[in-house]
Design a protein around this ligand. Structure first.
Ligand code: NAD
Length: 256
């Protein structure tokens, strides 16, 4: 029996990048997976990939910044697949630039997706978990949720917020038998976000992923499936005594 047999997962931002890898990792071990993304085509494409592997899956259009939209999307996932046991708050955006130049809109957009989005999706899905006294949540924070970096003020502020929210929710949900953790990835390539950051870094004369790789203790960048495997572990019963954690997945960068 696979470790997620009979479990149902909802992955926000599951239409590409790390979210897609997480969906594959969970489905690969038996979960049925709902993908919620503003990019409906991406969510539908990943759902079709999982169905090809013989899993139940559904892709739904939904915007985590809008409580009405994410509630409707969560309801659509539950209608198609059943009650959600596993919530992965993965949807996120990155806007980079120095404080004196960053447009106010970038600051507000970053908080709307990365912080409000985690709040809205958690409130859409977790009442059912509380009622059933069963479930777990994994939030995508970042190593920039533990230390700041020049040009990443908005992004780091949102990810520090995710770590704090995770800990607070872990305290609140422990009496209900629900575990809440987050992961803090470092430099992960092959995602749209990384392409956006590299393009903007190139324009600003800042180091890109390829320039930063040699400075990472493991000497290389990371890949979405390397984040997905840790997320799957945190969702599994193997992590039954893990809650409130902020797992580093950085190739050792968190030390430097
Ligand atoms: N790539 C990295 O180096 C890295 C490092 C640390 C943390 N992270 C975090 O991992 C998560 C995934 O990042 P990624 O690199 O795969 O990015 P990505 O851009 O490839 O994927 C993000 C997904 O979220 C979706 N999305 C964006 N706004 C949304 C909204 N309002 N509602 C619903 N869906 C929305 C996008 O359409 C996209 O499919 C993010 O939370 C990010 O902050 C990424």
């Amino acid at each position: 029996m696979a470790r997620f047999d009979g479990r149902i997962a909802l992955v926000t931002g599951g239409g590409g990048g790390i979210g897609r890898a997480i969906a594959h990792a969970l489905a690969g071990d038996g979960a049925a997976v709902g993908l919620v993304d503003t990019r409906a085509d991406g969510a539908a494409k990943v759902a079709a990939e999982l169905e090809t592997l013989g899993r139940r899956a559904v892709g739904v259009a939904g915007d985590v910044t809008d409580p009405v939209s994410i509630r409707a999307a969560a309801a659509a996932v539950e209608k198609a697949l059943g009650p959600v046991d596993i919530l992965v708050n993965n949807a996120g955006i990155a806007r980079i630039g120095p404080l004196l130049e960053v447009p106010e809109k970038d600051w507000h957009d970053s908080f709307a997706v990365n912080v409000d989005g985690v709040f809205h999706a958690s409130r859409a899905v977790m009442p059912g978990m509380v009622a059933r006294r069963r479930g777990c949540v994994v939030n995508l924070a970042s190593w920039l949720g533990k230390r700041g970096a020049a040009n990443y003020g908005a992004y780091a502020a949102t990810k520090f917020a995710v770590v704090g929210f995770t800990q607070s929710l872990a305290f609140e949900m422990a009496p209900h038998g629900i575990r809440v953790n987050c992961v803090c990835p470092g430099l992960i390539v092959d995602t749209e976000m990384r392409r956006v950051i590299d393009d903007e870094s190139g324009r600003r004369g800042l180091p890109q992923a390829k320039d930063r790789a040699p400075g990472i203790p493991l000497g290389r960048v990371g890949y979405p499936d390397e984040v997905a495997r840790v997320v799957a572990f945190l969702c599994s019963d193997e992590a039954s005594y893990v809650t409130g954690a902020a797992y580093d997945i950085t190739g050792g960068s968190w030390m430097s």
